[in-house]
Write a protein that binds this ligand. Structure first.
Ligand code: FE
Ligand code: ZN
Ligand code: FE
Length: 188
């Protein structure tokens, strides 16, 4: 589709968001399942349910503007989600992986926030007030999801740090087994 007007650009942005949300619905279960922290898992699962509602909101918007939103793939979200699944492929489960999962999930939220903010502004300029309202509802959910992840990251990152220190201690024993024995004697 060639984009020449602000209205066409809005439709293009909405298509991008529709594709992004559908990709998220597809990928979030895997990311949620991979979380070791119950709190993180809950947050991701409840955002999955919210995301399904966001897809429906975009379908409502499609009816209001009288356009189909199918047929486009959001390449940006595809890349962001690919990075998320790399985390699962490359890291063992635990708090460090949870910290990486939060980073990947917050990238998803920020990408969406940028898209919804842009589309909302275009819709406002075009006087599409019902559309503005629906986009804003979703934008607020994305912001809240992002903030919740920030809150969860405080404890997860601390655990990741503790887990890393344990890991470092193990490495030292592996590499310097003799010295560790000496130390035991000293302390004894
Ligand atoms: Fe979303
Ligand atoms: Zn996109
Ligand atoms: Fe989201």
């Amino acid at each position: 589709m060639s984009v020449g007007t602000l209205e066409e650009l809005l439709i293009d942005e909405l298509k991008d968001l529709y594709s992004a949300e559908k990709q998220i619905v597809h990928s979030l279960p895997k990311l949620a399942k991979a979380a070791s922290s119950a709190e993180l898992q809950d947050a991701l699962e409840s955002h999955l349910e919210e995301t399904k509602g966001q897809v429906e909101r975009l379908e409502q918007i499609a009816e209001i503007v009288g356009k189909k939103l199918t047929g486009k793939t959001c390449a940006g979200m595809k890349g962001v989600l690919e990075e998320g699944s790399e985390v699962l492929d490359e890291m063992d489960e635990g708090s460090v992986r949870d910290a990486a999962l939060i980073g990947a999930s917050q990238r998803v939220e920020h990408y969406e926030m940028a898209g919804y903010g842009t589309a909302r502004d275009f819709a406002k300029l075009l006087g599409l007030n019902d559309v503005v309202e629906l986009l804003e509802e979703t934008l607020e959910e994305e912001k809240a999801a992002d903030e919740k992840l920030t809150a969860i990251s405080a404890s997860v990152n601390q655990e990741a740090l503790a887990e890393s220190e344990d890991e470092d201690d193990e490495d030292e024993i592996d590499e310097e087994g003799e010295e560790d024995e000496e130390e035991v004697v000293k302390h004894g």
